[in-house]
Design a protein. Structure first.
Length: 261
């Protein structure tokens, strides 16, 4: 019996030792397995992210290549359009002197088949007549500007150009300051790229500065017209009255002198 008891006690102690020794090792194994799974998941996520970055970079590079190709194609088309642009003749009048507050007419003619001299003969407005041969498109914009002028456009600034007809622009100009003033006349060709209405291009084909000498003769005339009543009432009439009285006295003196003779 004693041997049996000793055996059972020894077996129990052995089981306790084995259990105690195995318990931490199991936890560590589980922890190791869990850690390995987490590391594997993180590695997978990193690989996926790297693949996504590579895909995005490839997509961005493809987009950049496509955009670059579009730009190059657009530039080539623009160059071809510029090479195919036609030429036309223009003529316009350039007044060299004006009176302040006077209004003058500026005319500009454009034609594909008429000569510069023929266009000059069509100008009825005052001033020197000038002309030039310029590049044109099927739509042109003419613009006249001057900081010291009141400018009124009579015709639309953008007009379609017809080969069988003459295109005309007209402006009324009125100077606001005396001295040497400048007018700026420009012509711009408009066209679309690849038949895309939203993609327009403008090329300035003519640029001219017109010098105009503005005098003050009209200012003096305007002053007298506005203040004539004031001048008559306060200055001229009193002077005439005084002179008339003195002239009357002078006539009486002469008469008395002659009578005594």
């Amino acid at each position: 019996m004693k041997n049996v008891k000793l055996f059972l006690v020894a077996f129990a102690m052995l089981c306790f030792i084995v259990f105690y020794a195995c318990k931490p090792g199991g936890e560590e194994a589980i922890e190791e397995e869990t850690t390995e799974e987490v590391v594997e998941e993180e590695l997978v996520e990193e690989v996926v992210e790297e693949e996504l970055i590579v895909v995005e970079e490839e997509a961005t590079e493809e987009e950049l290549e496509e955009d670059t190709e579009k730009v190059i194609t657009s530039l080539k088309n623009t160059d071809r359009i510029l090479e195919r642009m036609g030429f036309g003749n223009i003529a316009f009048n350039a007044p060299r002197s004006m009176n302040l507050y006077d209004t003058e007419l500026i005319q500009l003619f454009l034609s594909l088949d008429k000569s510069i001299d023929e266009l000059k003969q069509m100008i009825k407005a005052e001033g020197e007549k000038e002309g030039a041969n310029i590049q044109i498109s099927n739509r042109m914009v003419a613009h006249l500007s001057g900081p010291n002028f009141q400018i009124t456009a009579i015709t639309p600034k953008e007009q379609a150009i017809i080969s069988s007809d003459v295109t005309e622009w007209k402006w009324d100009i009125k100077p606001k300051e005396i001295g040497l003033q400048s007018l700026h006349l420009t012509l711009t060709a408009l066209f679309t790229i690849d038949n895309d209405i939203s993609t327009k291009r403008a090329i300035r084909t003519f640029d001219k500065t017109i010098e105009v000498q503005v005098t003050c003769g009209q200012r003096i005339k305007k002053f007298f017209s506005e203040y004539l009543e004031f001048l008559l009432g306060s200055i001229i009439i009193p002077i005439v009255f005084i002179l008339r009285k003195r002239l009357k006295n002078l006539v009486l003196r002469i008469y008395n002198f002659v009578k005594k003779l």
